[in-house]
Design a protein around this ligand. Structure first.
Ligand code: BGC
Length: 760
């Protein structure tokens, strides 16, 4: 493999090229100086202890018994630098006291947890939040999540997950920002700034999973990824680069093999790309058990070899596997691991503890009231976030919003009253009892109406797991055949006796999680059948979709008049949905994925290169016999209760030098009857160069709010940074003279077009 680091400009150079401030390391020289002073006092065993992060689990894992006493002994001996999965404030304080009072050097424990989209209050799942196309809102939401977790004694979140995902069979598509590197970078930056933005409550973000985890073969979680260097650089790494530039203090190395080398033992990835090219100075934590898994994956010979290769790659902290803890001392004694290398691994962890002020403020300050206080404080923001995330996909005959005078509303479908699922995957500390279900939200909003609910069918997880209930609500016990029949009939009777039917369909939150891939995008269970049976009754039907992967809407998209993707909106889901259905909030979210017509199209994404076309006839084209190649709904698409025009595209110049910037300006007008939001999107295409460039790529966007009849000028810029790409042919980053197309509009199918040239 070519040594890319020798050829590439660093992130710093690229940032300077684009006129931005260079990357800021989270760690200061003072943090590092203090870490070195501490290292000088530490025994090898104590240093190794700082690299060890066990799970505080209710299961015996990697030699750590689940009983608290076992943790106590390890802490006294200085063998636990960090603990994960402990969220109980009192237990955090108890163990922290042991670390501070009873370990030799009184080094505090860094408590980390998956604070993915909330802690006391759940905000929409990340792919939902990204669909708001509103980075400021996302930043505020993560700042609130950090505040909540901080009170519990946590100082570190394993978020944001910034993996680009172009395969919805992969359940973890829920945790990222979708298919696009530019949008992904904006959301990565926003989340890092949100998590780490408070000087009053210092907190640490993690960019994960480094890198390429979202490209799992077949969409199967944990499976290997095969990604060319140019795809890695141009598609998968931009969100990580943006997160490092924003100052993210930690990075999590991924589980899977990347091009046949496990990410957590991958020198090219973790040393050459992350540290040398990107200039990352924080610490790397492995994904759970990933150091131990270097053996499982057929890379390391045995656990000792795994520890050595993890260390060589620069994995500072071993999450869960205790491989470092159990193997490193022997490696040191045999001279297979130099002391200087051990110091290099421990230094950024200790420096981070100083940076976070952990030595001065090591304890949780939560009281019995904190949970309810946080909820009361953050509910309004969570409601707004859920409203801004929803994407309206169809609204024939202006069925939505519903008239406030609607008398009989039938809520039908298994997701209607499943409050806990509305919190979404990775909502491990939120309580379902705090969460507003769709039925509850509609009952509060439509006070004069008769809102009634019937699930009609059940949603059972296809493959129950031994972890069910640990990471989310437990799947239900299946109904008997007789009960199923009764429920089906009750739902159809209810639909018949209603003025409007709100169908609440989707997936259990647990299906959009880790180890939760699906081979089909069909609505699970008998939901499609139920939808068709209800639609056949001739009532107006609104379909609300609760899931994070785009499901197969081929039938619904031409039969059901109104469809809204609500993702999992978090604690305030029901109230947000009610606001949207009543028109007290107007949908303005846009898709962050190209919505497949069916699973056979996967992967389908808009930023592909132009295909070969041997002959100018309709047959000689890239196509399926049985399906168009275009998605059902394009990336960037979403409707509103209002209408907008985007017109008068003007470029600041028709030609520019290589280091010049072109500004594209459009006039956006709200041509409808209600105040609403539009997301203005700019797409770029380089017509020729040393490599084939995608037919179009998002390079700018802005969400604007306009009153009826109001117009606004929106300007977006294309500078050298937007035109720079990694060229496989050149083996380097290039900013080339060429001709460029610019489109500005309301989706990736924008037609408003201009062109300009970049001169040599
Ligand atoms: C996941 C990570 C997560 C870690 C700790 C792993 O299974 O892949 O995303 O942060 O567990 O919970």
């Amino acid at each position: 493999m070519i040594k890319l680091h020798a050829l590439l400009p660093s992130v710093v150079a690229l940032a300077l090229l684009a006129g931005q401030a260079p990357a800021q390391s989270a760690l200061t020289t003072d943090d590092l100086r203090r870490a070195d002073a501490l290292l000088a006092q530490m025994t090898p065993a104590e240093k190794i202890g700082q690299l060890n992060q066990p799970f505080y689990f209710k299961l015996p894992i990697a030699g750590f018994k689940a009983d608290p006493v076992s943790y106590e002994d390890h802490i006294r001996r200085g063998e636990i630098g960090s603990l994960l999965f402990l969220t109980d404030a009192a237990e955090i304080n108890r163990l922290q006291k042991i670390a501070l009072n009873e370990s030799r050097l009184h080094i505090p424990i860094l408590f980390g947890f998956d604070v993915i989209h909330g802690f006391d209050t759940e905000f929409p799942v990340p792919i939902g939040a990204a669909s708001s196309w509103d980075p400021e809102m996302v930043q505020r939401a993560q700042a609130m999540a950090a505040e909540e977790a901080w009170h519990a004694g946590l100082r570190w979140s394993f978020a944001p997950m910034v993996d680009i995902a172009r395969d919805p069979r992969w359940g973890r598509i829920s945790e990222g920002a979708g298919e696009d590197p530019f949008l992904g970078a904006a959301m990565a930056r926003a989340q890092v700034l949100g998590f780490q933005g408070s000087s009053e409550r210092p907190f640490l973000a993690t960019l994960k999973h480094f890198a390429g985890y979202g490209a799992a073969t077949g969409g199967r979680d944990y499976d290997a990824s095969y990604i060319s260097e140019e795809q890695l650089q141009n598609v998968y790494l931009p969100p990580f680069r943006a997160g490092v530039e924003a100052g993210a203090g930690s990075v999590m190395s991924a589980y899977m093999d990347l091009n046949d080398v496990p990410a957590s033992g991958n020198v090219h990835l973790l040393r050459e790309i992350l540290r040398e090219q990107m200039g990352f100075h924080g610490f790397v934590v492995s994904d759970a058990f990933a150091v131990g898994s270097l053996v499982t994956q057929g890379f390391a010979k045995d656990p000792a070899d795994a520890a050595q290769r993890g260390a060589i790659a620069g994995v500072n902290m071993d999450m869960g596997s205790a491989t470092y803890l159990n193997q490193m001392k022997a490696l040191l004694d045999k001279g297979q691991l130099p002391t200087s290398q051990l110091d290099d691994l421990a230094r950024p962890i200790l420096a981070t503890k100083y940076h976070l002020g952990l030595f001065d403020h090591p304890f949780s300050d939560a009281t019995g009231q904190t949970h309810s206080e946080m909820l009361a404080k953050h509910r309004p923001a969570a409601r707004l976030a859920a409203e801004r995330s929803a994407v309206l996909l169809r609204n024939e005959g202006h069925l939505l919003p519903l008239a406030k005078s609607t008398k009989r509303i039938a809520v039908i479908g298994p997701m209607g009253d499943r409050a806990e699922d509305m919190n979404g995957p990775w909502s491990l500390t939120a309580k379902g009892t705090d969460t507003v279900s769709v039925v509850a939200g509609l009952k509060t909003k439509f006070v004069g109406a008769n809102v009634r609910f019937a699930p009609g069918v059940q949603l059972i997880k296809e493959f129950p797991s031994s972890f069910d209930g640990m990471f989310g609500p437990k799947p239900e016990t299946p109904w008997s055949a007789e009960e199923a029949e009764k429920q089906w009939k009750a739902a159809l009777d209810l639909a018949r006796n209603s003025d409007v039917v709100v169908m609440t369909l989707g997936e259990l939150a647990a299906m959009d999680f880790e180890y939760s891939s699906r081979s089909s995008l069909q609505l699970p269970g008998r939901q499609q059948e139920l939808l068709q049976a209800v639609q056949a009754l001739g009532k107006p039907v609104v379909l609300l979709l609760f899931s994070t992967r785009p499901l197969d809407l081929a039938w619904a998209s031409s039969h059901v008049p109104a469809i809204m993707d609500c993702f999992f909106g978090g604690t305030e889901t029901g109230n947000a949905v009610a606001d949207l259905l009543a028109g007290d909030a107007v949908p303005g979210g846009k898709l962050t994925v190209s919505w497949p017509r069916n699973v056979g199209q996967v992967p389908v994404f808009y930023a592909h290169t132009a295909s070969h076309k041997p002959y100018d006839s309709p047959e000689f084209t890239s196509r399926y016999w049985d399906l168009p190649t275009s998605p059902l709904y394009p990336f960037g698409f979403g409707l509103s209760y209002s209408t907008f025009s985007i017109s008068n595209l003007r470029l600041s110049a028709k030609s520019s030098p290589v280091d010049g910037t072109t500004t594209a300006t459009v006039t956006v007008t709200n041509t409808g009857k209600v105040a609403a939001d539009e997301v203005v999107q700019l797409y770029l295409h380089q017509r020729y160069g040393s490599g084939s460039r995608p037919v179009r790529e998002l390079k700018g966007f802005r969400r604007v709010t306009l009153a009826p009849g109001q117009s606004q000028e929106v300007s977006l810029t294309v500078g050298p940074k937007e035109r720079t790409y990694f060229s496989a042919a050149k083996g380097s980053w290039v900013t080339e003279p060429s001709d460029f197309d610019v489109w500005v509009g309301d989706s990736s199918e924008a037609t408003l077009h201009e062109s300009f040239s970049v001169l040599p």
